[in-house]
Write a protein that binds this ligand. Structure first.
Ligand code: BTN
Length: 243
């Protein structure tokens, strides 16, 4: 496995994407950065991380060649790879907040940004960007955010952690053909944050509504059980969970 270590770059996702367009690079090539100057988050947000303290890296996955309609499956694999790695470290009360934030209790410890390069109806390559809060001790003004050091009371080796995550991802993807897909979806759904609990959401007009998270659809929409027993599917722009 090739690991490219950078002292600073705008975004490891952007760097890896440039590499894909310039060269032939092998599956599971990793780009990690000590400092990201313009780290990207979900839905156009920024990803902030104290230099040298956390994992900010991107992995190339180009062996899947799945149809575009299966895009969400990789989110499931990646979320579970991180979930499994952190379970092995005994991080308390781990959950996956749909679509792919990793939580410990009510605090987010890891964010994932997957950017796909499409060719027709196929995913040609995926850039899997992972920001995991590891040794950072303070998150000024950011509510509900934590790090492994705050949770476990000890520092962790960044590179060792990265290797464990990539190994777990490889092993989940390797089992792709053999493991039936519903088993992975089931594992993901079991780990969902606030699954089956009465929860409050807002819609794009900032109106509140109540419901119970039940699972995800094949295309990755969140299934919420609403009043009158109506099960409705929502995409990322249509719903926000308040917690
Ligand atoms: C989120 O909003 O939760 C997703 C955050 C993803 C951050 C990671 S850090 C490494 C990679 N490079 C980026 O610019 N973003 C991702």
């Amino acid at each position: 496995m090739q690991i490219i270590k950078l002292s600073a770059t705008d975004s490891t996702n952007a760097y890896l994407k440039d590499l894909i367009f310039q060269n032939k690079i092998e599956d599971f090539t990793v780009v990690m950065a000590h400092t990201q100057l313009k780290g990207r988050g979900q839905m156009g947000t920024n990803w902030l991380s104290e230099p040298g303290k956390n994992l900010t890296f991107s992995v190339l996955v180009n062996s899947l060649k799945s149809p575009v309609t299966d895009q969400f499956l990789l989110n499931i694999y990646v979320s579970l790879a991180i979930y499994d790695t952190l379970t092995q470290l005994h991080v308390p009360d781990l959950k996956i907040k749909w679509p792919n934030d990793i939580m410990s209790g009510h605090s987010k410890i890891c964010g994932i940004l997957i950017e796909n390069i499409l060719s027709g109806q196929l995913i040609q390559a995926s850039v899997v960007g992972i920001g995991l809060n590891v040794n950072q001790m303070a998150f000024n003004k950011l509510p509900n955010v934590s790090s492994l050091k705050l949770l476990l009371g000890r520092s962790l080796d960044l590179e060792e952690l990265l290797l464990n995550i990539v190994e777990n991802l490889k092993s989940l993807l390797g089992k792709n053909g053999k493991l039936d897909r519903s088993h992975l979806v089931e594992r993901y759904e079991t780990a969902l944050f606030r699954k089956d609990k009465p929860s409050t959401f807002t819609n794009p007009d900032d109106e509140m509504f109540m419901g119970f998270i039940k699972g995800v659809s094949d295309s990755g929409k969140l299934k919420i059980l609403l009043e009158d027993n109506i099960l409705k599917e929502f995409n990322l722009k249509e719903v926000k969970l308040l917690y």
